[in-house]
Design a protein around this ligand. Structure first.
Ligand code: ARG
Length: 409
């Protein structure tokens, strides 16, 4: 058939089939209207006449990467009280800048878990309208949180108090927040099930929403076709979140055998930011992170790595979530080598950021693999990523929807 203007023909030296782990030699990918039409080899799938060609000699193709936990509207150099200098417009501008950086790092789909003033919705809209470059975005808007919890505004004293947008008390009030976030453009619901490291006056070990509250949130979100991502460090909060039916547990630092068994039984996906601690403890003080947060991180980091290894061994579903924004955007890929160091095979780490993530998003037909019907989102790397996972830290070529968005060969 003659090629239309929207037909793109991509070749490379190798293509990693992320489901099987096998390498296809001399692959050819045919793209029509931004989606993969056929995948073959240069010999069994020749270039249609008139197709736009993207030839990537010497490189290995794999699907565009997915990060399940970023904060595009946050900056790594503005922690603690420095956060108070930003208004909603600053957040959106930072989001635009960071969206481009993230895309150019090879992450063609990201889930933004927590942004004030729905600035993430604005960034998503600008990307979808093609006005600014960025990954495909799944956004949460403000996180739902207990009063005084990890998602509240706790830096200000009583006389200057402000309550964060996602704060509510009780099952019905929190269910209402789900509707509210959806009304203003949220795709996914982020909840704060326990205290956190970077919030003032919260305990990582303390559960902050009751199981009843979380169940009400999950019921409402699922009724509306939305997934729920729960920030949870402490063991009791992790288990309550899983029992309440959340789809993913973020951080998941203090796992025990029971939490692991529960996650396995319920099919809950864990998203563990195992690089994050290196930045927080190394650079955090300079970036304005509060002393109390640095102290909390010292209790979380190593435990989380151990938990990660145990979860891998037990066969729990694990996806790739970095929490970039705490540390510099574009460094997302550093986490791959840590996932391998703490227990995964390179293929498992790549699957965590492709097929497993796509499944967890409910978007397996759209992203996460180079297969007919999916968006033609791909990255090309110089080394064999199964032999050298750190090649994913510096990705030279990024393709989104069949168009080259970065070529730094
Ligand atoms: N945003 C998270 C929090 O404040 C960061 C936790 C980082 N620490 C870690 N070891 N993963 O709780």
């Amino acid at each position: 058939a003659p090629a239309t203007a929207e037909t793109v023909y991509i070749t490379a030296d190798r293509l990693l089939d992320v489901r099987s782990g096998s390498m296809v030699a001399r692959p050819a990918v045919l793209v029509e209207d931004g989606r993969v039409a056929r995948v073959g080899t240069v010999s069994d799938l020749p270039a249609p006449q008139g197709a736009t060609r993207i030839d990537l000699p010497g490189l290995t193709l794999l699907p565009g990467l997915i990060d399940m936990h970023v904060h595009l509207t946050s900056r790594h150099d503005l922690h603690g009280y420095r956060r108070l200098t930003r208004n909603a417009t600053d957040l959106a501008i930072d989001g635009v800048v960071n969206a481009r950086t993230t895309l150019e790092a090879g992450f063609t789909t990201v889930r933004n878990l927590g942004a004030g003033s729905f600035a993430d919705v604005a960034v998503k809209r600008a990307v979808e309208e093609g006005r600014v470059p960025g990954p495909r975005l799944i956004v949460s808007g403000p996180p739902l949180s207990a009063l005084g919890g990890h998602g509240d505004a706790n830096l200000l004293p009583y006389d200057l108090q402000r309550e964060a947008e996602g704060v509510a008390t009780g099952p019905w009030a929190l269910a209402e927040k789900v509707r509210y976030n959806r009304k203003f453009g949220a795709d996914v619901i982020k909840i704060m099930a326990t205290g956190g490291v970077l919030s003032k006056g919260t305990e990582v070990g303390a559960q902050q929403l009751t199981e009843e509250e979380m169940a009400a949130i999950v019921k409402e979100a699922h009724m509306l076709g939305m997934k729920v991502a729960a920030h949870a460090h402490g063991n009791a909060g992790i288990k309550a979140a899983i029992r309440a039916g959340v789809d993913t547990v973020e951080h998941a630092s203090f796992l025990d055998a029971e939490a692991i068994a529960l996650a396995k039984k319920n099919g809950t996906v864990l998203s563990m930011d195992v690089y994050n601690t290196e930045f927080i403890l190394g650079e955090g003080e300079k970036a304005g992170i509060l002393p109390e947060s640095l102290a909390k991180e010292r209790t979380v980091g190593q435990t989380q790595r151990t938990s990660f290894g145990e979860a891998v061994k037990a066969g729990v579903k694990l996806t790739f979530g970095s929490d970039a924004g705490v540390y510099p955007h574009g460094w997302n890929g550093k986490q791959f080598s840590r996932m391998v160091k703490f227990g995964m095979t390179p293929l498992q780490a790549i699957q965590a950021a492709t097929v497993v993530a796509a499944d967890a998003l409910g978007m397996a037909e759209e992203v996460g693999s180079i297969a007919p019907g999916r968006y033609a989102d791909m990255v090309a790397v110089a080394a064999d990523p199964l032999a050298d996972i750190s090649t994913l830290e510096a990705i030279p070529v990024v393709i989104k929807g069949g168009a080259v968005v970065k070529d730094a060969r």
